[in-house]
Design a protein around this ligand. Sequence first.
Ligand SMILES: [Cu+2]
Length: 124
Amino acid sequence: MKKIQKVAVIALMVVMLGSAGVAVHAQGTKGVEGTNSSSDKTMATASASTESMSEGEVKKVDASGGKLTIKHGPLANLDMGAMTMVFRVKDPEMLTQVKEGDKIKFIAEKVNGALTVTTLQVLK
Ligand SMILES: [Cu+2]
C-alpha cells in the first residue's frame, strides 16, 4: 500500500512537473511573441509590407514640432495623390533617422485625426 502511494505521489509529481514545464514553455513562447510584436513592427514593415509602403522624399525635419514634411507619391491607403505635405510622426525617434533630401519609404495613417507617419524606412 505504502509503495503504491509513493509511486502515485511520484507519478503525480512527474505530471505536475511536466505540465509546469509545458506551462513555462508556453509562456516563454508567448513572451517571445509578446516582445516581438512591439519591436517586430519595424521588422515586419521593413520586410513584409514594403509593397504597401509609399515612397517619398524628406523635405523638412521639424524635430521640436514632431513633424516631417514629405514630398510623397500616391498614398493608396489614404486615397491621396502625390504632393508635398506635413505629417506628424508616431515616434519622435523617427526624426533622428532622417534628414532633408532622404528618400524614404513610409506608411502614413490617420491617428486621432492627424496624418501620421507610423512606419519609416530610409532608402539607401
Ligand atoms: Cu498628401
